[in-house]
Design a protein around this ligand. Structure first.
Ligand code: PEP
Length: 255
């Protein structure tokens, strides 16, 4: 395994937090704190109403802006949804797809995750595709089966070339927003299952090039240990991405 073949990506997921004004203020504070820290890509996935403010504030910085969802149709009667074309036109480069909160509260399925992933990569967005087991599934011994299934479903019909625009985030559901972090070994193992699934679909060489993040209560105190693991190529960070100092510390851990 060779971590050097993969890009480390530290991505914040603000979830349903921050107004446009708060987003601008946050970005102005963060930009000088992470300036020149180019050993990882730095992304903030913001609420839709914050995209314009965040994209404007990110100009001339090393921070890229992401969205938190994308619809799979190009246009039409889908009230409340945003197309991939709308996001790219707004300056968005990344999009989170299949977050467990969307699977849990908004009826997201493995099939819609796949359709959204295809729509994103076809439009040139980088998709951050989330997979992860519940505590019950882990305790029943289904973690590997589940992670491989979710990963393969999400990547169905994705081409080898499009895989360059895919990041998979292993996010154990029991570790998201709970303050309970997977141990570094558990994170490495989960990410390894994701990579093995990609290898089964696309070959081992290709799988070695795909960025697989860990997400689930990653913070300034645990980031270095998690990121030291061979299969952990970055983080998807919720709570700790809402504080500039904590998020910067995670970026520092990735340098
Ligand atoms: C997330 O939102 O993807 C996440 C991992 O949240 P938290 O870091 O708060 O657990």
């Amino acid at each position: 395994m060779n971590k050097a073949t993969r890009k480390t990506v530290i991505a914040g997921n603000w979830k349903m937090n921050m107004t446009p004004d708060a987003a601008s203020a946050f970005m102005k504070e963060l930009a000088p704190m992470v300036a020149g820290k180019d050993e990882c890509d730095i992304v903030l996935c913001v609420p839709a109403v914050d995209i314009a403010a965040a994209v404007e504030a990110a100009k001339g910085t090393n921070i890229k802006i992401g969205a938190q969802n994308v619809h799979f149709k190009a246009s039409g009667a889908y009230t409340g949804e945003l197309s991939a074309e709308m996001l790219t036109a707004a300056g968005v480069k990344y999009v989170v797809i299949g977050h467990s909160e969307r699977r849990q509260y908004f009826g997201e399925t493995d099939q819609t995750v796949n359709l959204r992933t295809l729509a994103a990569v076809n439009a040139g967005l980088t998709a951050i595709v989330c997979v992860g087991e519940t505590l019950e599934q882990r305790e029943l011994g289904y973690t590997e089966t589940l992670l491989k299934f979710q990963t393969k479903m999400a990547l169905t019909n994705v081409t080898k070339d499009q895989l360059k625009n895919i990041i998979v985030a292993y996010e154990p559901v029991w570790a998201i927003g709970t303050g309970v972090t997977a141990t570094a070994d558990q994170a490495d193992e989960g990410n390894g299952y994701v990579r093995a699934a990609i290898a089964e679909m696309f070959g081992a060489d290709v799988a070695e090039t795909v960025t697989v993040q860990y997400g689930g209560s990653m913070n300034d105190a645990n980031a270095a240990e998690l990121l030291s693991k061979v299969n952990v190529d970055g983080g998807l960070i919720g709570g700790a991405s809402l504080k500039t100092d904590k998020f910067t510390a995670i970026v520092d851990a990735a340098q």
